[in-house]
Design a binder for this molecule. Sequence first.
Ligand code: ATP
Ligand code: MG
Length: 602
Amino acid sequence: MRLSQMLFVTLRDDPADAEIPSHKLLLRAGYIRRIGSGVYAYLPLMWRVLQKVSQIVREEMNATGAQECLLPQLQPAELWQESGRWDTYTKAEGIMFSLVDRREQQLGLGPTHEEVITTVARDMIRSYRQLPVHLYQIQTKFRDEIRPRFGLMRGREFIMKDGYSFHADEESLQKTYQEMYTAYSHILRRSGLAFRAVEADSGAIGGSGSTEFMVLADAGEDEVLYTQDGKYAANVEKAVSLPAEAEISPFTTFEKRETPGTDTIEKLCIFLKCSPTQVVKNVLYQTVYDNGLTVLVLISIRGDQEINEVKLQNELTKLAPQFSAKTILTLIVPNAETQATWQAKSLPLGYISPDISDDYIAVNKQVNSQFVRLVDKTAVELKNFVTGANESGFHVVGANWGEQFILPKITIDIRKAKLGDRSLHDPNQSLQTARGIEAGHIFQLGTKYSQAMGATYTNEQGEEKPLVMGCYGVGVSRLAQSAVEQSYDKDGIIWPIAIAPYHAIITIPNIKDAQQIAVAEKLYTELNKAGVETLLDDRDERAGVKFKDADLIGIPFRIVTGRAITNGKVEIVKRATRESQEIAIEEVVNTLQQWIRYAIAS
Ligand code: ATP
Ligand code: MG
């Protein structure tokens, strides 16, 4: 492609609305244009990158025996009602764009395709002989994200590869899951990215095990906890660990103490001269289930620990059937205003004890009359602890479970694992932290969707069984941008060769010099013919401007038809290292072919 014929516009300054380097660079270098909130045009250079990433994904998927297809983006609401996700996706998370057509039928724009593929499987899979089978597609997804940001990283319209596998049993699912683990590792490695596979929470998609593939970058929205020995790595949402040991409590007898102005753990510990590890703090949450019922939740946890809201949300979802509900719609720490909607009398905030009376909840059909009481493992183990006295300005010290307080029935691990915690697999290893961009996520779904939607097959014994499912997603557009986030310098993008829009750019320093043009034209033709994807900067611009643009758009090799041509040579500059060398004109094609082959293979 000739730059003189391209829609090629670069910006000198950082666009105002871009926060992270990759977003700024893709805008400045003319790869993308913002059309609306979380909605972008992929301009020709970007489209080439996206096609390269898609091709790598396609090759790795096909190699596992998965088959490409294309599923509809317009999805009837009934399918989502059958799976039980319509309300979660349109109301609770609100992530699905929904619409009503002219026949008054409700539809959603596909944020993901479990429902569609399960219907296909229900209709077409009859026998164990058809299993396992794995279909995938590469397609635009729609999600009404609360905070679309960082360009393609979190868009409302983005490109995803999503695949779904169907199996007769768990064992077969495990096998495909492992193959996907390997395929995803290959995809990221081939795309030139540094990444880490981590244990992950399965979220609203549901199911049991899942692994996320994190591209390591400071701008990543996710936190990863891992050990140096490489044996443990998890998203902080999912991570487990051993907390620091609690200090031994100095309070050997139970008593109530006046502790004025100590409504935070920090103030309390200064006042009592004790460690937060000797305190049981009681944290109040308020959740609303999908049947409209409000439930108050009280969590007792060691004073130095924080609550992991993803674990809490999962626990409350598990409890849903107990309240004749399917799922939760909201989960918040209630402020004064929301408390006023259900409390019978004013709560002693900051001084609540694990046994605070249910009488604080006013009688109301819409509100569960009792607190759901949960206790974190860290609090269960404490002896002679400090906790609230249910009276403003007072705490108790030297308290014990089974003596002054009844241990809540539900004991769970609900704490947030953090940097420096000891690892469960080897307490000598402490957890390290890194930031990551989630580029891919693979799930073992089990029978969640097949059971809800009646997708069954007949096994060898002639029995009807629900299909066992897995699903596997890669954010193609997010992955492409994360490559930039991992690889740039002050002058612009440094694309990994495997996904660069072009391999090489020929810069003609002086467009008035006929000899320069002749050499450039010849190389341009020969290189492209030889499969070295090459741009020709034949614009009537100063050499400096052209060099700047070439650096900004990040093409791996720049060929300059400058002074050296009088000696039958051109200068080749490697974008990543800025290494420059003169190469005989007739050697250029060979040399570049070799370099590219080497880079893509390693
Ligand atoms: P996140 O936690 O970042 O919202 P997710 O868990 O919702 O991601 P999945 O539903 O597993 O994501 O989707 C599969 C892949 O699609 C993700 O790993 C990610 O790479 C990509 N993806 C998800 N949401 C977006 C988005 N809004 N914009 C761009 N890519 C996305
Ligand atoms: Mg999401």
